[in-house]
Design a protein around this ligand. Sequence first.
Ligand code: CO
Length: 329
Amino acid sequence: MIDMHSHFFPPITRELAAATDRERAPWLAVAPGAHSGHIMLGDKAFRPVGRALWDADFRVAELDSQGVQTQIVCATPVMFGDAWEAARAAEWAQRMNEQALIFCAKHPSRLKALAQVPLQDLNLACAEASRTKRAGCVGVQIGNHLGDKDLDDPQLVNFLIHCAENSIPVLVHPWDMMGGKRMQKWMLPWLVAMPAETQLGMLSLILSGALERIPASLKICFAHGGGSFAFLLGRVDNAWQQRDIVRQDCPQLPSSYARRFFVDSAVFDARALRLLTEVMGVDRVMLGSDYPFPLGEQRIGQLVRDAQMFSAADRQRLLRGNAEGFFAL
Ligand code: CO
């Protein structure tokens, strides 16, 4: 198996984080040798986390026990720094990407890194994406939006064009979730807002007509099965047919663009996986676990392995072959 969606967090000390931004740069609070700790923002505990997030040896032992040959590793989104001053975010991204490559270097055939980029500055973001490709990253991860800008913003479209022209695969991860005060309990931002953020990113690219300008060679994958996208695509097509304001920037039926996207398999339900492979195509879905977080697939690949509807060849595509092609592994 190749697991294309997993996160790491480097052992950044409080001092190192404070040198970049005392309040907003995250750091890792963990006692020497401990199996758990916290990602911190300043004095505040942001999230309890486990050892696999920062210990590559520990992680690879778990991958061995789960039968995962290769795992693609990317930043925990709190590391993005998208709201910071651009030069500071660029310097931070470079340090985080060096940490990602160090994390993977002990097990080079098992762990591959995606880079983060200072998305708030197009030139710096393109430069970091190309630099990290030369340094050994297999792609980039970006958030699904940059403050008020969605993926149809010209700056973000131009970044995606750069990635297409330079054969840099892109993983789009939802973050910085909508909903605010109305979603404070029960992990609602993860359960309601994250799937909507992902759908918003995909629809922004379709309905704006951006996919008419972005080369079809762009390899772009959306996390968590594309969130709400596949299930609601019929609703979008109907709206496009009925209302000119939906059609105004989008020349083709929205669903005709679905095959421009890849998604991961993190949907946790065989019926959802069936719908996903029917809507996106069985060649457009890749095993992605969201390891090592509690909302990820705890037995990596179990949903795909247990699904009865796939031929052996299709199951192999989902578990491995599609990701080999996507990341040119
Ligand atoms: Co994730």
